[in-house]
Design a binder for this molecule. Structure first.
Ligand code: AMP
Length: 471
């Protein structure tokens, strides 16, 4: 099981200031990055040491009533975990904790260490006993091993050395007693940002976590940057590997994963999605009555298409936002029921209308298939499906659990075949060039592996991929 997710870390400059409630609110803002479990670890110098609590489910369900007050501390980290078809269990929730000598260590991780299977085996052979199947536990023991081998307790040196052997994507926040270290992988695949508020330094996966706290954004982490807050200031170190490593920011953060109101590597996600809609209109100018999104992730792109075309924006599918995770349904009938539970058609807006339907991406194609069926039943006259991501033809190995190649509809069918399968009047995927223009970052600095199979790292042969959990 891998670790996708959202992370937060807070350092208080004043030892009387508690960070736990800010971490809690930060995790709420990052809930879209993971709904399976949530956890917080804090440390207090006043004799209480480490406090830690994790639970399954949404942030609001995990931390009840006094739970947050009980987690008070001057430094702390938090984590929300993404759900995949992998086994879901409490032992895999984060932050992961370990202790050795005088150290108490807690780690929260977003990304996939793609050589973790190999590293885990190496550590097991050396006598380390694992209690979870997370990359975070591997990282904890790598730190311990490095501390023992290199006879240093300089955490920057330890992380620098570990970065030499890690392969894959990782944004990390690490609590080491009363200090916080945060690190972004040398290709900068996953986002990581830093802010300041009064007596606090804050790091988080996305800037939306700062907005809720009223913190002032300072900057993105550089690829390969380690930041720590000794002497109440921002200290920075760039690992050697970053100098020889090409940047590879995840394209899919802009297309789907991040919140639209976040700013990642200088680009506002909402603006990128508006651009995607405009570019889709340039490439596929359809004459229609209405432009509709598949809510929520496709709303900005649909607005972009509507603005560029002058075709009115409308809603045809109403999302029930309170339906959480549903079980994988064994029969087609039950699967359709699950989709209908989440999306209800607005017949008055759909009947006899020519519709441009915008979706952010097609992965396996099952969602679009059910939605098109629903729209047709509601009486839509024509459906033109426009997709804000080029055909997903290859798995993601770096933390966006997509699907294996044989499950990816575009890996096994032409666009025309997919159009037939879905039964739409036309199907348009944004071109790769137009997507890159929409993001506004050079293609050389993006990871586009899922759409062009050009991965920024080597891929271990025995690596397994996961499918995300939906409906
Ligand atoms: P499907 O084609 O049925 O696999 O579903 C594609 C839809 O799921 C897209 O419209 C996205 O909104 C959403 N989606 C795409 N990738 C992911 C992912 N890794 N995790 C969760 N949802 C996703």
């Amino acid at each position: 099981m891998k670790d996708k997710c959202g992370i937060v870390g807070i350092h208080s400059k004043d030892s009387s200031k508690d960070v736990s409630s800010y971490i809690y609110y930060g995790l709420h803002a990052l809930q879209h990055r993971g709904q399976e479990s949530a956890g917080i670890a804090t440390y207090s110098d006043n004799g209480n040491g480490l406090k830690h609590y994790c639970g399954m489910g949404l942030v609001a369900d995990v931390f009840k009533d006094n739970q947050i007050d009980e987690l008070n501390g001057e430094v702390g980290i938090g984590h929300v975990r993404y759900s995949t078809t992998g086994q879901s269990k409490l032992e895999s929730s984060q932050p992961f904790i370990t202790t050795f000598d005088d150290f108490v260590i807690a780690i929260a991780h977003n990304g996939d260490i793609i050589n973790s299977k190999h590293l885990r085996k190496e550590l097991i052979d050396e006598g380390y006993e694992f209690i979870s199947d997370t990359d975070s536990e591997v990282l904890c023991y790598l730190i311990k091993r490095e501390y023992e081998n290199s006879k240093t307790n300089d955490m920057v040196e330890i992380l620098e050395n570990i970065s030499e052997i890690l392969l894959g994507s990782y944004s990390l926040v690490i609590l080491v007693n009363e200090d916080i270290y945060a690190m972004r992988d040398p290709a900068g695949m996953k986002p990581l940002v830093i802010a300041e508020k009064d007596d606090f330094y804050i790091v988080a996966s996305e800037t939306v976590a700062f907005d809720v706290m009223g913190a002032n954004f300072i900057r993105d982490f550089e690829p390969g940057e380690i930041v720590y807050f000794k002497d109440n200031k921002i200290n920075s170190h760039i690992v050697k590997k970053a100098k020889t490593c090409q940047k590879a920011h995840c394209m899919f953060e802009y297309v789907y994963f991040a919140r639209p109101d976040s700013v990642i590597d200088g680009k506002t996600v909402y603006q990128v999605r508006l651009n995607i809609g405009k570019e889709l209109y340039k490439e596929f100018p359809i004459d229609a009555d209405v432009v509709m999104p598949v809510p929520d992730s496709s709303i900005p792109a649909a607005i972009g298409y509507s603005r560029a075309s002058g075709i009115p924006y409308g809603e045809g599918l109403i999302k029930n936002r309170y339906v959480g995770r549903t079980f994988i349904m064994p029969t087609q009938e039950e699967r359709e029921l699950a989709v209908k539970l989440k999306m209800n058609p607005l017949v008055s807006e759909l009947k006899d209308k020519k519709i441009v339907l915008i979706d952010d991406s097609i992965v396996r194609g099952t969602t679009s298939e059910s939605l098109i069926e629903i729209l047709k039943e509601a009486g839509a006259k024509e459906i033109h499906l426009m997709i804000g991501c080029p055909p997903v033809i290859a798995p993601c190995y770096y933390g966006v659990a997509m699907a294996s190649k044989d499950e990816l509809v575009a890996a096994n069918n032409t666009v025309d075949e997919i159009k037939e399968k879905l039964g739409v009047d036309s199907l348009g995927y944004i071109s790769l060039d137009a997507l890159i223009d929409s993001i506004g970052i050079s293609s050389e600095d993006l990871c586009l592996g899922c759409v062009n199979e050009d991965y920024p790292t080597e891929i271990p042969k025995d690596l397994e991929v996961e499918t995300y959990y939906k409906f």
